[in-house]
Design a protein around this ligand. Structure first.
Ligand code: DP6
Length: 326
């Protein structure tokens, strides 16, 4: 019983920041993302009764016990849910520049959930895939779908109503994301740790929850109307609000470096000259710039002039999970 799946990363336009249940990966707020076409993970899962434990190969290299344990914990959740009892060989290849700090956990767990569920021989729905991927990494719940996607926080304590739903399909709106790499450095505070500290200690977190609910309504209306200015203003504001909560945490922390701020300023300068570009930033120093196709070349050229910019990856709206021949 084996299967292979490909899943793409996504960039949150309205951020997931805070959990109401850490063990089940239940968020405090709904979030909204765009799936990206350039970055993805391909994973093959084969259940095998001869195996005495799970085996994990990443980018052609057999992983050590620590790395394998993380994946094995997730596979235990898959086994519990599906009734599958065998261990598995997991062979995964990342087409994500992880060294550059672009997250691979979203595409990684979405591809793993999809391949593992398929390899059990049962056809699970996308909703079930989303719930399973969520339990590897929250943002992975959104990578099951292409296009624009909303992850609903749900209300129930068992997480059964907590999954992503498609908002707008891949081909329905052509937006571009320039992923601007300013450093190769590994991030200091992982998103999981950062959101936990913020929930527990930041007095700004209550304000975040209030703001993010309104930002989500605004972003969904903008997407429905294909109103780029409205979406851009909303996504940039939402990213800044998320990052503001980290400054109020104890101990405080921030994901930006001076190079991050230089890119943010360059985007603002571009806007003042009439070019519509908006930035968003995740739990790291790199910046993603969202724009329309007509402005992409100009923005790319301007940002490449900055000395702090090491590389820019150009992304379009990407597809949802698909299954590959083995
Ligand atoms: C800032 O999904 O990486 O990128 O659920 O703990 O694995 P875990 O966290 P993760 O957090 C992503 C946070 C973010 C915002 C977002 O993608 O919505």
């Amino acid at each position: 019983m084996k299967a292979k799946a490909r899943a793409h990363t996504n960039i949150a336009l309205i951020k997931y920041w805070g959990k109401r249940d850490e063990a089940l990966f239940l968020p405090t707020n709904n979030s909204l993302s765009m799936t990206l076409d350039q970055f993805y993970t391909e994973t093959m899962v084969e259940f095998d009764s001869k195996l005495k434990s799970d085996q994990f190969i990443l980018d052609g290299m057999e992983m050590d016990q620590r790395e394998t344990e993380k994946v094995s914990l997730f596979m235990d959740k898959v086994r519990r849910y599906t009734g599958e009892s065998r261990y598995a060989l997991i062979d995964s290849v990342n087409h994500v520049p992880t060294a550059a700090g672009f997250a691979s956990s979203a595409s990684g767990y979405a591809a793993l959930a999809a391949a593992a569920m398929k390899a059990t021989g049962v056809n699970f729905s996308e909703k079930e895939l989303s719930k399973m991927a969520r339990q590897g990494s929250g943002s992975a719940s959104r990578s099951i779908y292409g296009g624009f996607v909303e992850w609903q926080k749900g209300e129930l304590a068992d997480g059964s109503d907590c999954y992503a739903v498609p908002v707008l399909e891949q081909g329905a709106w052509d937006l571009r994301v320039l992923s601007v790499e300013v450093t190769h450095e590994v991030k200091k505070v992982l998103s999981r740790e950062g959101m936990k500290r913020t929930v527990e200690t930041s007095p700004f977190f209550a304000g975040w929850l209030e703001a993010v609910a309104a930002d989500l309504v605004e972003a969904k209306a903008a997407i429905a109307e294909r109103d780029f200015t409205r979406l851009g203003e909303t996504l940039e504001r939402n990213a800044l609000r998320m990052h503001a909560t980290t400054l109020g945490a104890n101990p405080p922390f921030m994901y930006w470096q001076s190079s991050t701020v230089q890119v943010m300023e360059a985007v603002q300068v571009l806007r003042e000259s009439g070019v519509e570009a908006y930035f968003t930033i995740d739990a790291g120093p790199n910046v993603k710039v969202v724009c329309q196709p007509k402005d992409e070349e100009r923005i790319f050229a301007e940002l490449m002039k900055l000395a702090v910019v090491q590389q820019i990856y150009r992304c379009q709206v990407g597809p949802g999970v698909n299954y590959l021949e083995i």
